[in-house]
Design a protein around this ligand. Sequence first.
Ligand SMILES: [Fe+2]
Length: 220
Amino acid sequence: MSSHSGLRRRLVLGGSATLLSAPLAAAQRALTPSQMLGPFYPVTPPLHQDNDLTRVEGRSGRALGQIADLSGRVLDLDSRPLAGLRVEIWQCDANGRYRHPRDRGDVEEDPNFQGFGHTVTDAEGRYRFRTIRPVPYPGRTPHIHAAVIQEGTRPFVTQIYVAGEPLNLRDGLFTRVPEALRPLLLADFVPADDPVATLAAEFDFVLAPVLAGLFEANTA
Ligand SMILES: [Fe+2]
């Protein structure tokens, strides 16, 4: 009995500490900055749609480049998971070419790179992709385009950059983001203990979908 009351006291104390620190923690959170869609969002449905961009259905090969697992969560400002949201990513292949008719035809296409993938967040707001570490192409630092889509609201669109990439500071779109907010668009691609994906990166989206939904409802 005494041990129970001791545990209870600790829980109560822990609760107080959480309440005290909550406003500070909330003040430090920020919405993920949005970025332009860019010209290479797929215009035709990709042949194979899933969350593994390194394999194309019907082909035995695997994409060129450094295979990387990209995962994370979609959360609201109070760190509550946003479940059931469609997450899309698209990027150029290891040769720097997009799966898009408007991209440069003189650059060889990697036929084993899917170029686009999608998934849906689970109950904890988690998503996961297998892709390649993004590479630069003329005028751009390495990046992965991403969209989070909730029915009834405007899609959230942004670009994910590579932490520590020297080209970031010469990239017009990245440097357009206020310096204090840039870390919110960076993912650290670190060595991974996986036979296929030699790198892993985490990226969380912090969104305001409830407010967006209310806005849409009020203006409809
Ligand atoms: Fe791009």
